[in-house]
Write a protein that binds this ligand. Sequence first.
Ligand SMILES: NC(=O)c1ccc[n+]([C@@H]2O[C@H](COP(=O)([O-])OP(=O)(O)OC[C@H]3O[C@@H](n4cnc5c(N)ncnc54)[C@H](O)[C@@H]3O)[C@@H](O)[C@H]2O)c1
Length: 489
Amino acid sequence: MTAVKTGLNRRDFLRGTAWMGVAAVAAGCRLNRLGFGEGGVMQDYALKPMKRVRVGFVGIGSRGTAAVHRVSMLPGVEIVALCDKKPERVALNQNWLKANKYPVVPKPYVGEEAYKNLCDLGDCDVIYCATPWALHQPVALRALLGGKIPFVEVTSALTVDECWELVEASEKHRIPCMQLENCCYGEMELLGLHLARLGMLGEIIHGEGAYIHDLRVVCSTGGKNGEWEWRYDENMKHKGNRYPTHGLLPIMQAMDINRGDAFDYLVSLESKQANCENYRRYAMDADDPRRNDPVMEMGDMNTTLIRTKRGRSIMVQHDVSSPRPYTRVNLLSGTKGIWWGMPWRTYEPEPTVFKVGFEQEVGKGVHRFMKDADAEALREKYAHPLWKKVGEIAQKVGGHGGMDFIMDLRWAYCLQNGLPLDMDVYDLAVSSCLCELTETSVRSRSKSIDIPDFTRGAWRTAKPQGIADIDIARMPMGDVRRDEAALNV
Ligand SMILES: NC(=O)c1ccc[n+]([C@@H]2O[C@H](COP(=O)([O-])OP(=O)(O)OC[C@H]3O[C@@H](n4cnc5c(N)ncnc54)[C@H](O)[C@@H]3O)[C@@H](O)[C@H]2O)c1
């Protein structure tokens, strides 16, 4: 398949750098930005240790409110500001904190544009953004310009240009910018990462991830009271995978994408739309005006294939409208074995002469999965150290089986101890840019599309990430309401 060359973009011209792109085309190179933003590469970049991390929230609907609850439990972290366009969302969260005797009274920021004031002038270190998708990048960019660390819900940016803006601002201002990809901290995803790091899968050649979640009630209608109108609008207008990160980021980490390998190009193919249309017809009230809306652009199933520069492949799927059980698939296939996380399974071991991976004889056992009890034992034996340490507490706190809390605990730990965050702005950019690129591919008969190298070559020398862990003793207990007792450690 031939690769479609990405055209020069508006910002290249505005910056007077269009000639660089033209020169690159003439030389047969990719049309990626040349040179780093003023500050240099952000991989493994860490800020000075922060004893107290002050957080301002933007967007406290259902996801943001859950995050307020979790973050209120983090030792050494203070919620100092709450921002939403709706005053009732700010009041609800303020009342919750008050009722739970939170010692800080967060400053309210109310209104459509109030986030700008918070990002520019707010007295905080972190902006934690859980707004609708279209606002993620503007909030993150504003936060960087205002000298604050953006933590941004998925998907963090919707176009290639938006991704470049975040990369350049993060580099220029020397401030990390992290996508809040909680699925990297799920028990299964951590197990897969651990097996990969231990070398038990051998060289990982192929990965599969997905977001398959029957959300017809949200995605076909925008919710009973229009509360997810924004998501309905996105689905009405767009094809492609607008929510690629849950399945993709854990695979990226295990495959060392941006740290030894990089995305090269993708092809994306989408089915027609049938399930949302059926849902409208059979489940919506007869007088609901939505029944007369045009057919939704979003197909039921989007399948995207990515080829990496080192010749590996990844499949990412998105389906939020088919009647089928939830899965992120979570598959890593290597030269020694396979990890298949959702549902958890692996091969049946055989007594063997030539052993690979999980003790499997070459060519044998290929029609069987490992017995449940053995698979469980393996799961326990190779559990990631982070999960072993805080998995139980995290499950008590909750949030998608505990992974949300582990994610929050980990960024707090990294900032407090002067460590690089687990996900950097390049991870954000190269995963989020798939929104635009998958749509382009789908709309051009699945032609292959180049994926920009946001690291501009730094992926060749960046070291693979280590095993993320936490030493609870190195978190400043006691200076906020929640202490060791509250965390139950
Ligand atoms: N990582 C995960 O597992 C996960 C799970 C659920 C949702 N999400 C993501 O979280 C985000 C929020 O989802 P949600 O379900 O909470 O949506 P929601 O509609 O319930 O909440 C969005 C909130 O943003 C507020 N908002 C809108 N415009 C604003 C503005 N200009 N300024 C300030 N606030 C504004 C809304 O009033 C609302 O309170 C989405 O990006 C979604 O994809 C992630």
